[in-house]
Design a protein around this ligand. Structure first.
Ligand SMILES: Nc1ncnc2c1ncn2[C@@H]1O[C@H](COP(=O)(O)OP(=O)(O)OP(=O)(O)O)[C@@H](O)[C@H]1O
Ligand SMILES: [Mg+2]
Length: 270
């Protein structure tokens, strides 16, 4: 097959391949589109943890976005971890220069273990500027709490926080329920006109590294192909659920999910 659409991913590299840019490229590819990247940081990590993060200078991030897009125009953009205020500022300027329209922002702020990944200044500009400029915001529960200022303990709190984000200028939001202490899994999509609750079975596994990155890249891919945001969320959630369910069980810690679950190799390539 030939790629359906072109996606630009702005995010950090995960040397272990389960999250970050690596998960994004695999997802976009496994769903039939062409992946391009602007790398914001390089991490050294494995499934048991992160040992170092090296930031790429904002100027270099802008160059990657602008020079790449000038030649091959992306149909959608997925943004992952932006760790500092100057990086967020640079990305906002570059996005406006390339006139990007379909933008999915995964506001990565807190790692699964609870570690804060971005500083206070970055949180402030993310909240005051960037979240208003994107088509869809996909916070997990702790990120939705920080951005909205609402404590989330149950589904009703997720909806309340979602409404607060819409009032702050967010166009569409998908609050991910993976962190809620419940045996059900509910991701909630909201905009000014509708609320949709996507229910799913919770898979009991320690291997959920990169679920958030994978989900937002899958949404960007479906959205770039002309699906509505609501339908893109529904299909992306299904893809992630199947990827968790068929995970390869690699590593001693929180292992990766199976991005390749959509692919059947032709016999001559096996
Ligand atoms: N155990 C699980 N079983 C099934 N689906 C899950 C499970 N954990 C998370 N998900 C799904 O994975 C997607 C990502 O949700 P999650 O809340 O884990 O995001 P996240 O915290 O941003 O992930 P990450 O740790 O990769 O940043 C959501 O659609 C969520 O419902
Ligand atoms: Mg996340």
């Amino acid at each position: 097959m030939k790629p359906n659409t072109k996606i630009l991913i702005i995010a950090g590299s995960d040397s272990s391949g389960g999250a970050g840019i690596q998960a994004d490229i695999k997802t976009v590819t496994a769903l039939g589109s062409y992946a391009m990247t602007a790398i914001t940081a390089v991490t050294s990590q494995n499934t048991t943890g992160v040992i170092s993060i090296v930031s790429i200078p904002p100027k270099e991030i802008s160059k990657q976005i602008e020079f790449t897009s000038k030649d091959i125009k992306p149909d959608a953009i997925k943004i992952g971890m932006l760790h500092s205020a100057p990086v967020i500022d640079a990305v906002i300027k570059s996005l406006s220069k390339i006139k990007a329209k379909k933008i999915i922002l995964d506001p990565v702020m807190i790692a699964k273990g609870g570690t804060k990944l971005i500083d206070n200044k970055a949180t402030k500009i993310l909240k005051s500027k960037l979240i208003k400029k994107v088509s869809l915001l996909t916070p997990n529960i702790p990120e939705a709490e920080i951005l909205s200022g609402i404590k989330i303990k149950k589904k009703e709190d997720m909806i309340y926080a979602g409404r607060k984000l819409l009032n702050m200028g967010v166009k569409n939001v998908l609050i991910k329920g993976g962190h809620l202490l419940s045996n059900k899994l509910e991701d909630i999509f909201l905009n000014k006109k509708e609320i949709v609750i996507f229910k799913n079975k919770k898979i009991i596994t320690k291997n959920t590294h990169g679920t958030g990155c994978t989900l937002s890249s899958a949404i960007a891919t479906y959205y770039s192909c002309g699906k509505t945001l609501k339908k893109s969320c529904e299909m992306a959630i299904k893809y992630v659920n199947h990827a968790i369910g068929t995970g390869p069980n690699y590593g001693k810690g929180h292992g990766p999910i199976n991005h390749l679950n959509t692919i059947i190799l032709k016999k001559k390539y096996r």
